[in-house]
Design a protein around this ligand. Structure first.
Ligand code: TRP
Length: 336
């Protein structure tokens, strides 16, 4: 593979993809993967899933659903490397090499870990109650995901920026001790990308239980959209698009022309029911064909498995020689 700029991101396999994830992450990633000047790496972070999820069926099912989602939405696997983390054994191997240069104090500062400690202290529990080593040290695993492929650009949500800083810190320490082996990765947080509000108007998030799943059948999708919270303004009353969740969702799917027309319709007093109907039609039109492809893939897991196997093979063409170099660098070498 040529040495273009490398873009890499991972998706933790613990659930079913929500609509917000599609507009906020998947759609822009698939679009970016078509650019000629980058090499893209997208992977299913199933080792990360184990940190949060102890239900084996759910991890497996989520892996299938997320892989099928990316494929159904048009990821071109001949242009980007699409693989499952656990198919690349060099990643956990690198995790250990990195663990040995990672300051414990750095991990102490991780937001996710600190949040658990704070919650425990508040509940007058032992500070580390319920904290596994997986939760504590997963920023190192994430650093290995990135550094394994010397990815330069890492598109992530804001909540992951700290992990990228940690990955840079770990890479620097390793480079300092063993030579310039790693590029320093950078988080790419796209401020323009839509964060969808959920059905209650707050940010769409699993923790608020306000998400709309991406692959609802048509009728259920319509129903979910009809449930998005609005205020009690009557038809004919001018409405403010910028404070309406339905408008934000509409804007995320609409062309600039459609968006402008909807703004005008708000000023003219369009009824909430009508906005929702138009929103449903817009989303449904975009998802109808991919939804059929998705259903076909879900009922043919062997096909998805084959894509992932090919992806892992391509990933390992890079990770195998690189891990050999890294082992050599740290002194894990043949004798004589
Ligand atoms: N931790 C990330 C999340 O929860 C997922 C992830 C795992 C990831 N490994 C990664 C993202 C490497 C970017 C690069 O969203």
């Amino acid at each position: 593979m040529s040495k273009k700029q490398r873009v890499l991101t991972g998706i933790t396999t613990t659930g079913t993809p929500p609509l917000g994830n599609y507009v906020g992450a998947i759609k822009p990633a698939i679009a970016a993967s078509r650019a000629d000047d980058i090499d893209s790496f997208y992977f299913l972070a199933d080792y990360h899933a184990l940190v949060k999820c102890e239900d084996p069926e759910r991890v497996q099912r989520s892996t299938l659903e997320i892989a099928a989602t990316w494929l159904a939405l048009g990821l071109d696997t001949s242009r980007s490397v699409f693989y499952r983390q656990s198919d690349v054994p060099e990643i956990p191997e690198l995790t250990w090499l990195l663990t040995c240069v990672t300051a414990k104090g750095l991990m102490n500062r991780a937001h996710a870990y600190k949040a658990s400690v704070d919650a425990n202290l508040k509940a007058e529990e032992d500070p580390d109650f319920g904290v596994t080593m997986g939760l504590y040290s997963y920023p190192v695993l994430m650093a290995a995901d990135i550094l394994m492929f010397n990815a330069k650009r890492v598109p992530v949500g804001k909540d992951q920026v700290q992990h990228l800083e940690m990955a840079r810190d770990i890479a620097q320490r390793f480079n300092h001790r063993y030579g310039e082996l790693f590029e320093l990765p950078e988080a790419e947080v796209d401020e323009h990308v839509a964060t969808l509000p959920g059905t209650d108007g707050r940010k769409m998030s699993k923790s608020y239980d306000n998400t709309i799943p991406l692959w609802l059948p048509e009728k259920k999708l319509r129903k979910a959209i009809m449930k998005i919270k609005t205020n009690s303004q009557e038809p004919g009353e001018p409405k403010d698009p910028d404070s309406a969740a339905v408008f934000s969702v509409y804007a995320a799917f609409a062309s600039p022309e459609q968006r402008a027309a909807m703004r005008q319709a708000f000023a003219d007093g369009i009824a909430w029911g009508e906005v929702k109907q138009q929103l449903f039609e817009l989303i449904n039109a975009e998802l109808t064909v991919p939804r059929e492809r998705y259903e076909a893939l879900i009922s043919d897991p062997a096909k998805v498995e084959k894509e992932l196997t090919v992806g892992a093979e391509r990933a390992r063409e890079l990770s195998r020689p690189f891990i050999a170099e890294l082992r050599e660098a740290v002194g894990i070498r043949r004798l004589g």
